[in-house]
Ligand binder design. Structure first.
Ligand code: HEC
Length: 191
């Protein structure tokens, strides 16, 4: 994506609309629909990853969860993507370097982290529509839950840590506590 300048504008717009999500005040149906679809895609990716993880851990322990997550995370996101929609995850501290945020996304993650600290019961989200291209971008925070800390926490079992390091030599995604911002779903619609 080479939309750095529009995305910088996006940050400004998001800053203004983030509290109310009222950017779509006219309520054009197709735009409402894009927001609904983007939210649904983020939820679908979260749900399918979670069930794949739970099955993998039940069948072969946390170490097997790492292997399965490594194998399916990309394809589950790809299944929800097509020529218009792009669905994925990102974080300020990534495990898979393919999930490294662009600067505008990183700035949004920082805002999400502050919002989550200020109001832990509300999951931060933000959206932006580029007035020139019509491209629509949606981000929703992913919060660390107790189950996540087996692979992203402070006290990871040795065998699990070895598996992580063998598959992800540049891993940064540890040290998270329950309630911390772990990352975000990022969903883009390009007309
Ligand atoms: C069994 C180990 C395991 C558990 C449990 C686990 N993850 Fe992960 N997580 C991984 C692996 C492996 C990756 C890298 C996947 C890839 O290659 O794209 C990852 C990647 C991610 C990413 C994408 C950003 C990045 O760092 O690359 C997010 C966000 C994430 N995990 C959130 C969570 C959350 C939230 C939970 C709890 C609901 C959780 N994870 C539980 C192993 C795990």
């Amino acid at each position: 994506m080479n939309l750095i300048y529009p995305k910088k504008v996006a940050l400004f717009t998001w800053g203004l609309t983030i509290a109310t999500m009222a950017f779509n005040s006219i309520g054009a149906t197709s735009e409402d629909n894009q927001m609904a679809q983007a939210r649904a895609k983020a939820s679908a990716l979260g749900g399918s990853l979670k069930s794949a993880l739970q099955t993998a851990i039940a069948n072969g322990g946390v170490e097997n969860g790492i292997v399965v997550c490594h194998e399916v995370a990309g394809s589950l996101a790809a299944k929800l993507s097509d020529e218009n929609w792009q669905v994925g995850r990102t974080s300020l501290k990534v495990r898979n370097i393919k999930n490294t945020p662009e600067p505008w996304a990183s700035a949004n993650l920082q805002v999400f982290a502050e919002q989550l600290t200020a109001m832990p019961s509300r999951i931060p989200e933000a959206s932006y529509r580029d007035p020139q291209t019509g491209q629509f971008t949606y981000m929703r925070a992913i919060v660390t839950q107790p189950v996540c800390t087996a692979c992203h926490g402070n006290d990871i079992q040795n065998n699990v840590m070895e598996k992580i390091q063998s598959l992800y030599p540049h891993d940064q995604a540890t040290g998270f506590k329950t309630g911390d911002l772990r990352g975000a779903f990022i969903v883009t619609y390009t007309p």
